[in-house]
Design a protein around this ligand. Structure first.
Ligand code: AMP
Ligand code: MG
Length: 325
């Protein structure tokens, strides 16, 4: 069985083609170059302009024919409305034209499932950190439940905005990481955890106020240390409470080596296993949508056209997990 999946919840458009053995036949993407924050309408126009060619290129890369596709999957949410709509229209069009079933998938769960596929983690506590999302997710009783999340902005968004407002450039993640490596002195910053949830907006405001008062390297270092410690603390608490033995890191911020090493250290100290997929599968990608499409379809999920409305606020725990026991 072959599934073509389309991702496009934010500024990145991706098309993946995956088999039910978990073989990735194609995983290509195109993202909108932006200097400021994402503008939903402009990102949607970008997606509309490139979707056709990206699908054609994915088919070519996979060395298959349109008729070889068995299922079409698309990211139904959460994400930016205009972007989601372009992706949904493309997926519905393909489904109708090829007369193949369509499955709308949850973007956050797709991150978890591609992470499990690539790393062979079985039942992890997942830390999903990206430009738009920050969640600690674990499977219990037929759902992927959110055990902790951000109360305001996502950690990637916080870092990106810090970098933009301080003139470092966009996207901020890699730039801040590089500068942080040269940082030597920790400057105390607001460390904000409420129950199992985290908050980053106060940290952002504080870090921006320190500009020109401390070396930028030390600010970046302290920003990362503070934000990542918060994430590791909440992840560790979820591991302890749920008695899980694995931790999986996914999402674009997961590329960060410092975050990886902090999580790894926590896992070693707790005696659990730490998993992180290849960079290609950390950030948003089409393959993760195709893979979750396969899992859902094979476990009996069927979507009618009227089930394919986009869900901007699609919650991770809204989906009944039919493909795991
Ligand atoms: P995603 O939303 O999953 O596509 O990932 C994009 C986010 O990952 C953006 O907020 C980037 O700044 C962030 N990112 C990418 N590379 C790094 C890095 N090395 N360290 C921290 N964040 C990163
Ligand atoms: Mg994502």
């Amino acid at each position: 069985m072959i599934c073509l999946g389309i991702e496009g919840t934010a500024q990145k458009l991706g098309v993946g083609i995956v088999t039910d053995d978990g073989e990735i036949l194609a995983n290509i993407s195109k993202h909108q170059e932006i200097r400021e924050g994402i503008h939903p309408r402009d990102a949607a126009i970008h997606h509309a302009e490139h979707i056709k060619n990206l699908i054609l290129k994915a088919i070519e890369t996979a060395k298959i024919d349109f008729n070889d596709i068995d299922v079409i999957a698309f990211s139904q949410g959460p994400g930016l409305g205009p972007c989601l709509r372009v992706v949904a229209v493309a997926a519905r069009t393909l489904s109708l034209k090829l007369n193949k079933p369509i499955v709308g998938v949850n973007h956050c769960i797709a991150h978890v499932e591609i992470g499990r596929l690539r790393t062979k983690a079985e039942d992890p506590v997942t830390l999903y950190v990206s430009g738009g999302n920050t969640q600690v997710i674990a499977y219990t009783d037929k759902r992927y439940r959110v055990f902790g999340e951000t109360l305001d902005i996502a950690v990637g968004n916080m870092i990106d905005q810090f970098a933009r407002d301080s003139g470092l450039g966009n996207p901020g993640g890699p730039i801040v990481e590089k500068l942080a490596m040269k940082g030597k002195k920790y400057i105390p910053m607001p460390y904000s955890i409420k129950g199992m949830d985290v908050s980053f907006s106060g940290l952002l405001t504080h870090a921006l106020k320190l500009l020109n008062k401390y070396p930028i390297e030390d600010i970046c270092f302290s920003l990362q240390e503070t934000a990542f410690s918060m994430l590791v603390e909440v992840t560790e608490r979820a591991v302890a409470q749920l008695n899980k033995e694995e931790v999986l890191l996914v999402g674009g911020v997961g590329v960060n080596k410092r975050l990886q090493s902090m999580l790894k250290k926590m896992c070693i100290e707790r005696g659990c296993k730490f998993y992180v997929p290849e960079n290609e599968f950390l950030g948003d990608n089409g393959a993760m949508i195709a893979w979750l499409g396969i899992l859902m379809y094979k476990s009996g999920v069927r979507h009618k056209l009227e089930d394919t409305y986009i869900k901007q606020k699609f919650r991770t725990d809204e989906v009944e997990v039919t493909w795991r026991y």
